[in-house]
Design a protein around this ligand. Structure first.
Ligand SMILES: [Zn+2]
Length: 285
């Protein structure tokens, strides 16, 4: 991990941070996106050359600004699916969410001692398996699929386990670009009650949850984020693949970064993702 983060110490291209700080300034909108895209791709290639890292950088319209993701085949990104499960659950339960008591290992949560009593926001922030396994049980899968389709997601096979809806199983696969654009749409809908609670959970995740490396890199309340830890899809097989999605800045995201880092947890991949945005000038004042 160190070689990637230490590359941060290199000096960013002069003036780039001004681009990201002001971009898109109305008068410059026409010319700068392409310039930014070329700069972003060059900086990320230079500072983050590790073959263990895959990434997509999108603008708020869903256009790809920079990418390195060998073979855009569908991937199962672990807990990155959880917000979309929550939306499907909300639609089938009049927007009402339960309080769930997570007892840890016995509830199949990744945190052995458990998270205690959780509401939706905190369950997103801590990526609690127990909470989302409870949401996933007993959903109408046809209605789920219709919800997911609105986000451009193919949805897991109807026969897939409920665990896959919660990101605990691995049957729910979408292309990286589909996941990224689904997150953009979710955040664009944050005036809706459920989506608003999910976005709050992503803000909390970046501040003090599983994605807290984001605020550490970019500053307090700088970004929205979600982590995921999935079974490794590479050969030779690693312990896990870590996923992180970051939307920056939090108040009105202009950039979405999705990363996958081979051989680490989601929380560890977050440090790389935060460093990447930092190298593009995010978080500077
Ligand atoms: Zn838990």
């Amino acid at each position: 991990m160190e070689p990637l983060t230490t590359t941060l110490k290199r000096t960013a291209l002069a003036g780039l941070f001004l681009l990201i700080a002001t971009w898109p300034a109305p008068a410059q909108q026409a010319a700068e996106p392409q310039l930014f895209s070329q700069s972003a791709q060059a900086i990320l290639e230079r500072d983050f050359p590790s073959p263990d890292l895959s990434y997509l950088l999108l603008d708020s319209s869903g256009k790809v600004l920079a990418e390195r993701w060998p073979a855009q085949v569908p991937v199962s990104p672990g807990s990155l699916v959880k917000p979309f499960l929550a939306i499907a659950y909300g639609e089938q339960h009049e927007g009402k969410f339960p309080t769930v008591r997570c007892r840890g290992s016995q509830d199949r949560c990744w945190l052995p001692r458990g998270h205690g009593n959780l509401e939706l926001e905190e369950a997103i922030a801590q990526s609690c398996n127990a909470y989302f396994l409870e949401l996933s049980a007993g959903l109408d899968r046809q209605r789920d699929a219709a919800t997911f389709a609105r986000y451009g997601l193919a949805a897991p096979p109807i026969a897939a386990s409920a665990e896959s809806l919660a990101g605990v199983g691995s049957a729910w696969k979408e292309t990286p670009l589909a996941w990224a654009r689904a997150y953009l749409q979710l955040v664009n809908e944050q005036q809706s009650p459920t989506q608003s609670r999910i976005v709050k959970g992503m803000l909390d995740s970046a501040e003090r949850g599983t994605a807290r490396a984001v605020d550490a890199a970019l500053g307090r309340n700088a970004a929205l984020a979600k982590t995921g830890t999935a079974s490794c899809s590479h050969t030779p097989r690693g312990a896990a693949d870590g996923f992180t999605v970051i939307l920056y800045p939090a108040a009105q995201p202009r950039l979405l970064l999705l990363v996958r880092v081979h051989g680490v947890t989601g929380a560890a991949s977050t440090r790389i993702a935060g460093a990447m945005l930092r190298s593009l000038g995010a978080g500077e004042r």
